[in-house]
Ligand binder design. Structure first.
Ligand code: DX5
Ligand code: ZN
Length: 219
């Protein structure tokens, strides 16, 4: 069994001191840094672009796990790759031909992920799992940090996990939204191997302990 991967979402960090936040997460033993990119079109919020990724890349060794909640991931794959992204995850709901975007991400030398919103059924993405490094299952509606975990997504995580096992695939399952020690435990039991968490880490009085608590979850 691979160890659990913890990917703190800097969406909940102090945007005036992102470099400090990245270095704190490195010190805490986080595995990746999750960077939420929003375009005000695919989701009703605007956040980070390639220029911020470029500066983050200079101040941390953590792999930058870039989650693009944008309408045109094809257009921005190259700028994010050039800025130093390690993985690029786009939304299934944003594109017509996911395989084209997956191939472009891989051609650029990045790990490829697809994300699905809470209401998107698993069956739509199962055919793509064989080509992905991970599938990012949203456990809140994308757009904002600090929302409550949607427990109704748990059976979908289980369904994807069973499909991956039955077909002997390497694709891992990540969860994103409302993850803390309790909800993280529920998702790990359902098959999650990568936990993205923003609010429960950065708004905690002890962010280092919050990362370590997530890291120590066992199903
Ligand atoms: C939501 C983002 C998430 C979010 C997670 O649209 O994709 O990564 O920031 O943050 P919390 O853990 O606060 O829900
Ligand atoms: Zn995210």
């Amino acid at each position: 069994m691979n160890p659990l991967i913890i990917a703190p979402s800097i969406l909940s960090a102090d945007f005036g001191h992102l470099c400090d936040a990245a270095q704190l997460m490195e010190k805490a033993g986080a595995d990746w840094l999750h960077v939420d990119v929003m375009d005000g079109h695919f989701v009703p919020n605007i956040t980070i672009g390639p220029v911020v990724v470029k500066w983050l890349k200079k101040c941390t060794k953590l792999p930058l796990d870039v989650h693009v909640m944008i309408s045109d991931p094809m257009k921005f794959a190259k700028p994010f790759a050039e800025a130093g992204a390690w993985a690029l995850t786009f939304h299934y709901e944003a594109v017509t031909y996911p395989e084209v975007v997956i191939n472009e991400i891989k051609r650029l030398g990045l790990k490829a992920g697809i994300s699905i919103k809470p209401k998107t059924p698993a069956k739509l993405i199962l055919p793509f799992l064989k080509d992905l490094y991970f599938i990012l299952v949203m456990t809140v509606e994308p757009g904002f940090g600090g929302q409550s975990f949607l427990r109704g997504v748990l059976p979908k995580i289980k369904e994807i996990s069973e499909y991956i096992k039955d077909n002997n695939l390497k694709c891992r399952i990540a969860v994103d939204g409302g993850i803390n020690s309790e909800t993280g435990f529920e998702t790990v039991k359902a098959g999650a191997q990568i936990l993205v968490a923003g609010h429960s880490i950065f708004d905690s009085p002890d962010p280092i302990k919050a990362v370590q608590d997530l890291k120590s979850i066992t199903a």
